[in-house]
Design a protein around this ligand. Structure first.
Ligand code: MLC
Ligand code: AMP
Length: 500
């Protein structure tokens, strides 16, 4: 068995509750024991290390997620979390792209995953057959020194070209990402957070789940985001730390505005007791910041991060949190703001943000050229344009118009265009993100139809349901414009925005 930083850390908190979910309350000791039990099933007979082979897991967001994650690490594997809401084709892509050798699934996914795993020659392990949580007397594992250079986790992120890339972080990267936030935001074992975010992205995994577990705190998990249910838990008096994307705060505000004044007063009272509320993954609109302050009494702490680097910039835990900005570099994160020639710009001028530090990922899996292109010496080039004003960073946008952020998800415009072009009535198209108060950006397409073809919005949405399910864009595509081809050339594409 391999020594794992997060698992070793959990020994300090054995009797505390680590996870609360629809199945019950799970202590650190019980999760650790279940993980130890599961890890033995991942190892070939007589062996103690998977030698960093990739193990995917497809489980709902509950204690089984943590058990699977820890078990894979204890067996010396690299975690590849899959999203339960994704279509099968997306799982297939992920399994193939990082050459997964085993996949752990819970019972509800076995039917869908079995044929895929069989066809790809991937070993499948069904959690339900292992009786997790009922394995009282398993030895408590290796508390030796961890090898931080080992690969730990792979998450997928969209680029502008090609399919999503697998971002490889080592145990050292993860530990640095976690420790930076634990320190900056004063995580403690008495904290109780509520996770409503997907667990195949860094926001939910690192900022919420791993930081809570590193600190001995409790992470409560909801099966999916539901504004009413979230309000119920936020008002319970038990939760004191909350983190989400701006769309979630917008939804919570919408729900708050619909309840009685008495209920509003109760909700507001509960929020005032919170220790920390954070927003990130996309720009927090100032009106949302202000409305949330009115409701909760809190200045939301807005921070900036990326799958490749964890969190880099954040407004202060103590001190002024300035709306519309993402604060300063977090401790142990080095930053530069540079022009097109890689020269540092003057404060107040815009430039690309470059980041360096032990939290920065190791590589894009199997893509040395992409990896090399994204670095300048030891600096990771984020592709985000920023400006430092009065000591506070402001995110001005992405360098590429082909990256869209919608609901906190990163989406490649080029990838959607490629799919749309497969439609028999579509000759060409341009996809852009159009500013939207609810989603941050909305995926919008301008289409050229083939001669003599008609395509209604209803027909397109039906088609998109099948072909673009992963992006949820069926209801996002908002405008079809049958543009003349000459308006839609690559050169004009950045300007398509202005047409809407
Ligand atoms: C869904 N819908 C959208 C949409 N997403 N419409 C427009 N734009 C979008 N982006 C539509 C659906 O089609 C559906 O329509 C309706 O909204 C409800 O869909 P849903 O799937 O039920 O949405 P919901 O569950 O409410 O999801 C909203 C959300 C979710 C905000 C909770 O998007 C979310 O969890 N986002 C967080 C993503 C995240 O964690 N990002 C972090 C990446 S890491 P209809 O018509 O069918 O009802 C990162 C680094 C960092 O960014 O800094 O953190
Ligand atoms: P992802 O690749 O999904 O990890 O998304 C990372 C990207 O999200 C960054 O490169 C930014 O473009 C964006 N992002 C994250 N936090 C913020 C923020 N607070 N404000 C604006 N953009 C953000």
């Amino acid at each position: 068995m391999i020594a794992v930083p997060l698992v070793n850390q959990s020994r300090k908190f054995s009797d505390r509750v680590a996870v609360i979910d629809h199945l019950g309350r799970h202590t650190y000791a019980s999760i650790r024991r279940s993980a130890l039990h599961l890890h033995t099933f991942l190892l070939p007979e007589g062996e103690a290390d998977l030698h960093q082979s990739r193990v995917a897991f497809l489980v709902p967001p509950d204690f089984r997620y943590v058990v699977s994650q820890w078990a894979i690490w204890l067996a010396g594997g690299v975690t590849v979390p899959l999203c339960p809401q994704h279509p099968v084709a997306e799982w297939e892509y992920a399994l193939g792209a990082v050459r997964v050798s085993q996949v752990i699934v819970s019972g509800e996914f076995i039917e869908q995953m079995s044929p895929v795993a069989d066809q790809m020659g991937i070993r499948i392990i069904c959690l339900d057959e292992l009786k997790l949580g009922r394995d009282g007397d398993i030895a408590d594992g290796n508390i030796g020194e961890s090898d931080l250079s080992r690969n730990a986790n792979i998450l997928f992120t969209s680029g502008t070209t090609n399919r999503p890339k697998g971002v490889v972080t080592t145990h050292g990267n993860l530990q640095a990402q976690i420790e930076t936030l634990v320190k900056a935001w004063d995580w403690r074992k008495e904290d109780h957070t509520l996770n409503v975010l997907p667990l195949h992205h860094t926001h939910g995994i690192v900022n919420v789940l791993c930081c809570a577990l590193w600190s001995g705190a409790t992470c409560e998990m909801l099966p999916k985001f539901d504004a009413c249910q979230v309000w119920e838990r936020l008002s319970s008096g038990e939760v004191n730390v909350f983190m989400a994307v701006p769309t979630v705060y917008g939804r919570l505000i919408g729900d708050y505005e619909q309840v009685s004044q008495k209920e509003q007063a109760q909700r507001s009272r509960s929020l005032r007791e919170f220790r920390l509320m954070v927003s990130g993954s996309a720009a927090l609109p100032v009106p949302v910041f202000e409305k949330w302050k009115e409701i909760s009494g809190h200045d939301l702490l807005e921070r900036y991060g990326m799958t490749e680097i964890g969190m880099a910039l954040a407004n202060p835990y103590s001190g002024e949190r300035r709306p519309g900005t993402v604060g300063q570099a977090l401790p142990s994160v080095e930053t530069r703001v540079v022009d097109g020639d890689g020269r540092d710009v003057e404060p107040g001028e815009s430039g690309e943000l470059w980041v360096r530090g032990s939290m920065v990922f190791k590589e894009y899996f199997d893509q040395p050229e992409e990896t090399a292109k994204s670095f300048h010496e030891s600096w990771f080039k984020t592709g985000d344009v920023v400006c430092v004003e009065d000591g506070y960073y402001r995110i001005m946008g992405r360098q590429s118009v082909d990256i869209i952020k919608s609901g906190g998800y990163k989406i490649s415009a080029l990838e959607i265009e490629a799919v749309l072009r497969r439609h028999p009535a579509i000759a060409d198209c341009a996809v852009v993100g159009v500013e939207d108060p609810e989603w941050g950006e909305r995926v919008s397409g301008a289409l050229i139809l083939r001669k003599g073809q008609n395509l209604s919005m209803v027909e397109l949405k039906e088609w998109a349901k099948e072909h673009l399910a992963h992006y949820k864009i069926p209801s996002q595509i908002q405008i079809v414009v049958d543009l003349p081809r000459n308006v839609l050339g690559k050169v004009l594409k950045p300007k398509v925005k202005e047409l809407f």
